[in-house]
Design a protein around this ligand. Structure first.
Ligand SMILES: O=C([O-])CC(=O)C(=O)O
Ligand SMILES: [Mg+2]
Length: 522
């Protein structure tokens, strides 16, 4: 019999107390929580789900960034699967080692080459796959045993790793593109064979590879594939923009089709976001060409124009053909030229949205939309507090990493968090429940619109553009139901049982299939 002092909800309170006793030492908290997950998974998820705003930033962005940087030093016990270039020719047998093959439904795969905005961390990127999957479980209701974190070890070009005697990965430079392609082809085939019911999320591959492997596999792989940095980030920002553009247009009287978005940073996330944001304009009835015309990009050399020699492939689509003149370099002069209504940062340049830049946006717009989306928080283009003060509270704000609410002139303001964690759990859960063959653009776009629609009146009244994090399970359920519906419309679903269900029945089905920890928290 359990002694009274060990009754579960006391143990819950005790565990939370132990965690909180670590004060501001977030990495210590990360280590505590990851050990907790290994010895008492139910308690870990109970604590996470009952305290999302507090725990999420510890197991995910931003603390997970710190954990990645230190991974080879804080490592205790293996979690997930490592597949290395040395396994080439034998990948299927490596995958078969995974003990829970029949239950596995979802994997997050990284090669560690662009972890958050922190660059190439090699196998130290594993906490990203682990953290994202914890959110699939807590956020959407995947069963813990259905998740598989994977880190591919194709070498690392980070000298710190190569010199660190404790580094856990291969001590060699990254392999070339041809060798990586051959490895990835074998890996994807082996995944489909060993885990036929799996959905694959690619995460934090370097920009060129992120686009390349999404293109290479999304239509042809035998299992459904999506890229969270391109599509997930795109979807979450589209959703925030849908709500922000309405608020901004209400204040300015401008038509929704008059919005202009200026992007700082043209990596996988920036271009992925812009492609999704285009659908905001096409949904208003604009043509693709007109929608594209509402979007401007800046990279390290300034405004991206089509006449620039040696433009990288993924930047060509948004390169401006209507500007001729001396290259425009500085953000401030580009704002003068473009006159954007929205400014999005995916540049990993801390502080790039200076006081001058933010004030300029507020002169151009009664309610400027400013989204510093770079992760983790240490790389944010500006802070919430700054954006509020420099616009006198007028800004419509969302960041990639979490900021705390801020009180200014006696009023409390709530920052939006435009992080893909709001959508990937629901998209993945919907995709898996529908037994989809592919993750289509429309499934992603509708996941995003379901998120935009999920705001309650109370949240709208507070000027919020994303729902509260405490509602993430409820919101993911709505996203998943919409995703299943679209998968059916597009005929990429294989789950006959769901085909005749109306939206209400689909929602109930998703709710019933969601996993909850058994620990009581009250
Ligand atoms: O992990 C996050 O917080 C969001 C994301 O995908 C990234 O920054 O690469
Ligand atoms: Mg990512």
């Amino acid at each position: 019999m359990t002694p009274p002092a060990l009754a579960q909800n006391n143990q819950y309170k005790r565990t939370l107390l132990q965690l909180r006793s670590k004060g501001e030492r977030n990495l210590e908290k990360y280590i505590f929580l990851s050990s907790l997950k290994q010895y008492d998974e139910d308690m870990f998820y109970a604590i996470l789900m009952a305290n999302m705003p507090e725990i999420c930033p510890l197991i995910y962005t931003p603390t997970v960034g710190e954990a990645c940087l230190e991974f080879s030093h804080i490592f205790r016990k293996p979690e997930g699967l490592y597949v290395s270039i040395e396994d080439k020719g034998n990948i299927k047998n490596i995958l078969k080692i995974w003990p829970k093959k029949a239950e596995t439904r979802i994997t997050v795969v990284t090669d560690g080459s662009r972890i958050l905005g922190l660059g190439d961390l090699g196998v130290n990127g594993m906490p990203i796959s682990i953290g994202k999957l914890s959110l699939y479980i807590a956020g959407a209701g995947f069963k813990p045993e259905s998740t598989l974190p994977i880190c591919l070890d194709l070498g690392t070009n980070n000298p710190k790793n190569l010199e660190d005697p404790l580094y856990l990965g291969l001590r060699q430079k990254r392999v070339g593109d041809a060798e990586m392609d051959a490895f990835m082809d074998e890996f994807m085939d082996a995944m489909a064979e060993v885990f036929p019911k799996i959905l694959v999320q690619f995460e934090d591959f370097s920009t060129e590879h992120a686009f390349h492997y999404l293109d290479r596999y999304r239509h042809t792989a035998k299992v459904p594939v999506f890229n969270d940095d391109i599509q997930g980030t795109g979807a979450v920002v589209l959703s925030g923009f849908v709500n922000a553009a309405k608020l901004s247009s209400d204040a300015s009287g401008r038509a929704l089709t008059d919005h202009k978005v200026l992007f700082l940073g043209a990596g996988s996330a920036g271009v992925g976001v812009a492609k999704q944001v285009m659908s905001f304009f096409t949904l208003q009835g604009m043509s693709e060409a007109d929608a594209r015309n509402r979007i401007y990009f800046i990279d390290s050399q300034g405004l991206i124009t089509a006449d620039r020699p040696k433009l990288q492939e993924h930047k060509k689509y948004f390169a401006r053909t209507d500007y001729s003149g001396p290259p425009l370099k500085g953000l401030s002069e580009i704002i003068d030229y473009v006159k954007p209504t929205a400014l999005f940062g995916l540049s990993t340049m801390k502080g790039a949205f200076t006081q001058e830049v933010v004030e300029k946006m507020a002169v151009l717009n009664p309610r400027p939309i400013i989204f510093p989306l770079s992760n983790p928080v240490s790389l944010s283009e500006c802070e919430f507090k700054e954006a509020i003060e420099w616009t006198d509270g007028k800004v419509i704000f969302a960041s990639g990493s979490p900021f705390l609410p801020y009180t200014y002139k006696g009023k409390e303001y709530y920052p939006g968090q435009g992080n893909n964690m709001y959508v990937f759990p629901g998209i993945g859960f919907g995709g898996v429940l529908a037994k989809c063959t592919h993750v289509t653009n429309s499934m992603v776009e509708n996941g995003s619109l379901a998120l935009a629609d999920s705001l309650t009146q109370e949240e709208r009244d507070l000027g919020m553009i994303y729902p509260r994090l405490t509602r993430v399970r409820e919101v993911s359920t709505q996203i998943a139901a919409r995703v299943i519906h679209i998968a059916q419309e597009e005929k990429v679903d294989r789950n006959n049982v769901l085909r005749n269900m109306d939206d209400h029945a689909l929602l109930e089905y998703v709710q019933k299939r969601s996993w909850y920890p058994s620990v009581k928290t009250t």
